[in-house]
Ligand binder design. Sequence first.
Ligand SMILES: O=P(O)(O)OC[C@H]1O[C@@H](O)[C@H](O)[C@@H](O)[C@@H]1O
Length: 226
Amino acid sequence: MLYLSLIISANFGPWELGPQHGFARTSKWKVEKEPVADKDGNVTAVLSLEDDDITRALWDYRFKLTYTLTLSEDSFGMKFQVENKDNKPFDFTCLLHTYFRTSDVVKTDVLGLGNLQYIDKVKGVQTFQQVDDPIIVEENVDRIYLNTPNEILIKDKEDGTTVKLTKDNFPEIVLWNPWKEKAAAMGDFWDEEYPNMICVEAGYVHKPYTLQPGSVFEASQTLTVV
Ligand SMILES: O=P(O)(O)OC[C@H]1O[C@@H](O)[C@H](O)[C@@H](O)[C@@H]1O
């Protein structure tokens, strides 16, 4: 099982002011610190994104996003910071757009979301209660789980790999797989990719976070092969 991580921020989902999921994921980030290994072999890189003419034309705030990535032998850590450099508060949502490669999605358990409420974006954005734990995705699923625990397991039962997702200050988990029809309709997703992926995404998306001038929001996630 491999994992990939992308970031989206300023907005999760369709956005009335700009592109789907906001501008952060398609903007060119600055490399603040090139990836360098420490004495234990852990490699850390730091990326940042600050407001410019393009972002202010869409969303008129001064900000700095900092994304710190740490790759270790068996884990991958992501720390995300948002700084409000403006003199007025702003709202944002953010999500670590984490796609996990899996041998077969119908043989993959997602553990830790039982007994939680979720908003189902496939079923009219209604709220439901999750009963099963583990969850096995066998159809088009697009859900926002609320008030989630800080540890989730993604278990590939075919190859025996389990990834532990631990997080801090990301209250929600988005569970997503487009399934066959939607995958075929998407421009940035291969038609036959859906059986080999599951998207389990930590985020702050249910309600926007309001950040006061001069303040910093910080949240993190670590993926560990266990
Ligand atoms: O194709 P995109 O823009 O990266 O989005 C993919 C999916 O990303 C998920 O995070 C959303 O919950 C889905 O609604 C969305 O379809």
